[in-house]
Design a binder for this molecule. Structure first.
Ligand code: SF4
Ligand code: SF4
Ligand code: FES
Length: 366
């Protein structure tokens, strides 16, 4: 069938960008990557893009389609072609373009490296005994471990667009992969490092990374988990952490978010005095409710019970974060075409050996 694309080409020698349209014959099963291959083979051999595995595992083929990052080898084109829409393909955002659809990933890798992405087991000699990690412990970092380093999340990150030094969703998800690892002994040091300016607390919670990640890593969940773990360890000097703490106190005591007190509680009295002019402007427009008497919600008991329940359940730190669970829910290549199967169901994914379960006499999993 006929399939068409518009591609933003970039010639680094001439420094010129141009939007070019291509139409080729392609099989109905073609992905965006197949289409690019056909164009490069038959129409214009100078087209530059990255690829390797063609099966969504190497992370090479990240690019933008109609302004949103996708993996080219995961994006089927049949429906788009049938609709008559001609998608615009361009290089990923937040990274310098080398040529056409190829970006310079150096800044990306620099940030991954800054997370110390290796285990710090706290010993030199591993000894003779195997260190057994339970399935439950590994489940904590299951989503983060799925990352293929494609950069699609970074491409769409709003904070990084405003602050190129922001560590970003991919690096922070990698950080959580090690903070949450039961074998790692550098948790506090990592959390201190990641809580510095341009780290955990600079994320604006826009959810774009979560939306665009093709592997369901849900980087924003990872960032939220890092923030919760940092606060559990008492690493809360950043304004973002103070902000979050006040949200909890305010919800617990009144059932509302008391924004009037947010600035003094977060920034301190001296700094908030500098904001008086801004506050007066808000007050003039009825945006600042009087702080006294405190506005208490009618059903504030519900809010307090919820707080107590979370405490009773010991859900401090990452365990208290309600996750998107996109990773398993988004497995689109399920067996038997059951799109709505239970992601945790019996045959959802091979269950690794769980200590104490199904153990044979020889001590091996059955
Ligand atoms: S949620 Fe945070 S990390 Fe994710 S894209 Fe938005 S600003 Fe970036
Ligand atoms: S978190 Fe997702 S989008 Fe970001 S690099 Fe990893 S796999 Fe790609
Ligand atoms: S070519 Fe490997 S992820 Fe697309």
């Amino acid at each position: 069938m006929k399939m068409a694309l518009k591609i933003w080409r970039y010639n680094p020698v001439a420094g010129e960008r141009a939007l070019k349209e291509y139409e080729v014959d392609a099989p109905e099963w073609a992905t965006l990557l197949d289409l690019l291959d056909i164009i490069k083979d038959k129409v214009d051999g100078t087209l530059a893009y990255r690829k390797s595995c063609r099966m969504m595992i190497c992370g090479s083929c990240g690019m933008r389609m109609d302004g949103a990052a996708v993996l080219a080898c995961k994006t089927r084109m049949e429906g788009i072609a049938e609709s008559g829409h001609v998608p615009v393909i361009s290089a990923m955002g937040n990274m310098p373009i080398v040529k056409d659809l190829v970006t310079d990933m150096q800044p990306f890798w620099g940030k991954i490296r800054a997370m110390s992405p290796w285990l710090e087991p706290g010993y030199q000699d591993p000894g003779d005994k195997e260190f057994v990690v339970s399935q439950e412990e590994m489940d904590t970092i299951h989503k983060e471990s799925l990352c293929i380093m494609c950069g699609c999340c970074v491409s769409e990150c709003n904070s990084m667009e405003a602050d190129p030094e922001f560590l970003g969703p991919a690096a922070l998800a990698k950080g959580m992969r090690f903070v949450g690892d039961a074998r790692d002994q550098a948790t506090v040091e990592r959390l201190q490092e990641y809580s510095n300016p341009h780290g955990i607390w600079d994320c604006t919670r826009c959810y774009f990374c979560q939306e665009r990640c093709p592997k369901g890593v849900d980087p924003l969940d990872a960032i939220a988990k890092l923030g919760a773990e940092a606060m559990k360890e008492g690493i809360d000097s950043d304004l973002g952490a103070k902000h979050a703490k006040w949200f909890v106190t305010s919800a617990k005591t009144t059932g509302w978010l008391r924004e009037t007190e947010l600035v003094p509680k977060t920034q301190g009295i001296v700094r908030s005095l500098k904001e008086v002019k801004f506050a007066m402007g808000l007050a003039k427009h009825g945006k600042v409710p009087p702080p006294i008497p405190p506005h208490v919600a009618k059903d504030v008991d519900e809010s307090r019970k919820l707080y107590d329940l979370v405490k009773q359940q010991g859900r401090d730190g990452a365990a208290g974060i309600v996750q998107g669970e996109h990773a398993l829910g988004r497995l689109e290549f399920e067996r038997g075409g059951q799109a709505d199967r239970d992601p945790y169901g019996e045959d959802s994914f091979p269950r690794p050996y769980l200590p104490g379960k199904g153990e044979s006499e020889e001590g091996r999993p059955t």
